[in-house]
Design a protein around this ligand. Structure first.
Ligand SMILES: *[C@@H]1O[C@H](CO)[C@@H](O)[C@H](O)[C@H]1NC(C)=O
Length: 245
């Protein structure tokens, strides 16, 4: 029993990996003038990376996603590691601060009548600060626990992000983030998802949510670019650590 449990726990399984290619995803979500491109001139590792671009348009009232989508990444009760690298353009304008989401877990709740696509955890920038959150409660009574000012992000540099989550609604969940290999967030005994058993997607990409949610673009940088590479999920830290595979 003890030996079996130990071997099960120690088993490394990389459940998904992508080396910065437009192929291999369940879908791509490009809105308005946004693009999702595979490039070879800016990479973290290997020969390819993904370049996400979004362009502000004051006459457009919709959202601004440029994302790739992996389905069925977690459901309530699961525990997993989720990693990726990202790089902001060299001259990324941090001020005035506005929200730019860079990764999210999300599921379609349009059958509930209370929401459509609802993100649970998100990872985003406000100015040069990395933020994250968990979503709690029910789809019709959502609660958000935000983790602000987690770490400072540098433009023009590749950053490694890794999340470990125990997705629970009984108060026993945990949520951790490593940034460039250093643990920067560790929350125990919290609810980390909402009371529902459906599968959530994992998406990486630029979602310029502030442009839509604030009904305006702050500052003067209406074209924004973020690169991604080495996106993975798995059962151990190494499975999803972009520097280890
Ligand atoms: C977790 O969620 C449950 C159900 O919504 C709630 O009863 C409980 O108080 C929550 N626990 C924590 C630690 O937030």
């Amino acid at each position: 029993m003890g030996v079996l449990a130990l071997s099960l726990c120690a088993q490394a399984t990389q459940t998904f990996s992508n080396t910065g290619t437009t192929s291999g995803w369940d879908s791509t979500n490009k809105e308005h003038d946004g693009t999702v491109q595979q490039v070879t001139n800016v990479v973290y590792k290997g020969t390819t990376a993904l370049k996400m671009t979004q362009i502000y348009d004051s006459s457009y009232t919709g959202r601004y996603h440029s994302e790739v989508v992996k389905n069925n990444v977690y459901k309530r009760g699961d525990t997993g590691f989720y990693g990726f690298t990202f790089r902001l353009q060299d001259d990324w304008q941090f001020s005035p601060a506005q929200s730019y989401n860079i990764a999210q877990f999300i599921a379609d709740f349009s059958d509930t009548g209370c929401d459509d696509y609802m993100p649970s955890s998100m990872v985003w920038l406000v100015g040069n600060q990395l933020y994250s959150r968990v979503k709690q409660g029910t789809i019709c009574a959502q609660k958000i626990q935000t983790f602000p000012n987690i770490v400072t992000v540098s433009p023009g540099a590749w950053h490694r992000v890794e999340i470990q989550a125990s997705w629970k609604t009984d108060g026993t969940g945990f949520y951790k983030i490593w940034f460039d290999g250093t643990k920067v967030l560790e929350e125990y005994n919290i609810n980390t998802t909402i009371e529902d058993d459906r599968e959530f997607q994992f998406r990486v990409g630029l979602y310029a949510n502030g442009w839509h949610d604030d009904d305006q673009m702050k500052g003067t940088q209406g074209t924004r670019q973020v690169w991604y590479d080495q996106i993975a999920t798995g059962t151990t830290f190494a499975d999803a650590d972009p520097s280890q595979w």
